[in-house]
Design a binder for this molecule. Sequence first.
Ligand code: HEM
Length: 488
Amino acid sequence: RRTYTYWKRHDIPYVKPLPLIGTLKDVFRMEKNVALHIADMYNYRSMEKEPVVGIYVLHQPALVIREPLLIKSVLIKEFYNFHDRYCRIDESVDRFGSLNLFFAKYEIWRDMRKKLAPTFTNGKLKLMFPLLTEIGDELEKYLLKKGDNFVAEIKAICGLFTTDAIASTGYGIQVGSFQNPYSEFASQNYNNHQNIPAHEHFVMFLLPKLSKHIRATMFRKKYDTFLRSCLKHVMDERIKSGQERNDLIDTLIRLVKEARANKEIRDKDLYIDAILAQGAVFIVAGYETSLSAIAFTLYQLAKYPDLQRKLRREIEKVLIAGKGEVSYDALKSMEYLEMVMRESLRLYPAVAFLERKHNARDQEFSLKPYHDFTIPNGMPIFISNYAIHRDPLYWPNPEVFDPERFSPQNKEGISPYAYLPFGLGPRSCMGGRLGLLISKVGVLYFLKNYKIRHCPQTVERMSFNPNMLTLECKDDINLEFIKDPLWK
Ligand code: HEM
C-alpha cells in the first residue's frame, strides 16, 4: 500500500493504480499497445493542465511528461542525464537486439551514432534517390497490371515497396518483391516483424528488468542468422568487387576493418557485433515505420478528394517539368507533399511514444518550477507524441486531417516540442530523413496513374493493432483505384 502512495506522498498528480498491476490494466488485457496506453495516461481525466502525470508500471513509479518545456529538458537540454532509453534487451539473449542504436546503452550508442551519422547526410540521400525511383517504377508497373479500376489492400503493397526500398538503400541489393512477394528477404523480414508476441514488447519497454528472464528478442534466432549471412554476403561481394558506393555497407566494412586492427578493443567479437547490429536495425527500424507512413497517408488522401486533387496537381507539375521523371531536387521542392506527409505523421506517428531513463550523471533532475520534486535515479520517463499531436491546446480540431497546418505561413506557429514524429535531441531518429524520403516517393508513385478513394470495403474507423509496438492499422486498408494518369 505504501508503494502505491508514492505519488500522493510527493504531491504529484497521478493515475489511480490497481493493486499489483498499477496503471497497466489495458496493456495486461492486451487491448492496447504500449504507445496508446501511455497516450491514455497523458489524457487521463483532469490532467489537462498538469505538467506531469505520475503512473505505476506495476509497482514502479514512472512519469509521463506533458509540459513542452520539460520535454525539451529531458530530450535536449539535460540529455546528459537522460541519455539512455528505459527499454532493454539482454545481450546474452539477442546481441543485435541489445547492441543496435535504439537499445544500446550510452557508451556503445555514442560511439556507434558518431560513426554512423555520416551515412544519412543530405548528400547521401541524394545518391540513394535513383534507387528509390527504380522501385517506384516497379510499383507503377505492378499497379498498372491490376487494371483501370480495382480495389487493393494497400498495407501489403506498401510492405513490398518499403522492403525493396530499405534493402536497396541500406544493403544495395535488389529484392524484386513486386515480382516475387515471397522472396527470402521479404518473408524473413515480415515473419520476424509479425512473430514477436505482444508480451515481449510489453516486457522490453515496461518491465525491462525481466527482459532476460523471459528471453525477449527483437531479432528472432532465425532472423538473426539470416541477417548475419545476408550482411556477410553483401560485404564480401563489395570487398571482392572493389566497388565503393559510400553507403551503409561501405561504412560497416570500414568500421569492421578498423575494429580488427585496433589492439585496444578487448572483446572484438562483441564490438564487431555492435557494428553489424547497426546494419541489422536499419531494416527493422525503416521497414514498418515507412510502410505505416505511406499507408496512413493514402488512407487520408482517399478520404479527402480535394486534398488528393491538390497533391496530384503538384505531382503533375513536377512530372511535366521533368518530362515524366522526378529528380531529388524536384521532390524536395514539393511543398504540398511535404505538408501532407507532416500532417499524416502528426495523426499517425509510427513510433508513437518516446521514453528515457533518468541517469543522474550530473545531478538529479528537479521538476521546479512546476513541482518541488526531484526525479530519482533510474526512474522511467515517458512522452506521448501520439497524445501531444492530438492535444487541442496545440492543434485546433486535432482529429481533422489538415495539411494546411504545415503551410509555410502556419508552420512557424507550431511548438517544436508539440510535434515529435521523429523524437528530438541527440537520440532522435537516425533515419528520419530517409524514412520521409521513402514515404514521399511511395505516395508519389501510388498517385501517379491513379486516383484513390474509399469504397465499401474500406475500414471506417482506424483502430490500431494491440500486438504491435509501432502504430499499425489493425484491419486491412482496402482502397479503390481509378486510372487517371498524370503523365503519358
Ligand atoms: C517515417 C519513418 C520513421 C519514423 C516516423 C521514425 C520514428 C522514430 C522515432 C520516434 C524514434 C525515437 C526517437 C527518440 O526517442 O527521440 C526513432 C529512433 C530511431 N530510428 Fe526511426 N523512424 C523512421 C524511419 C527510420 C529509418 C528509415 C531508419 C533507418 C536507418 C530509422 C532508424 C532509427 C534508429 C537507428 C533510431 C534510434 C536512434 C538512437 O537512439 O540514436 N528510422 N525513429
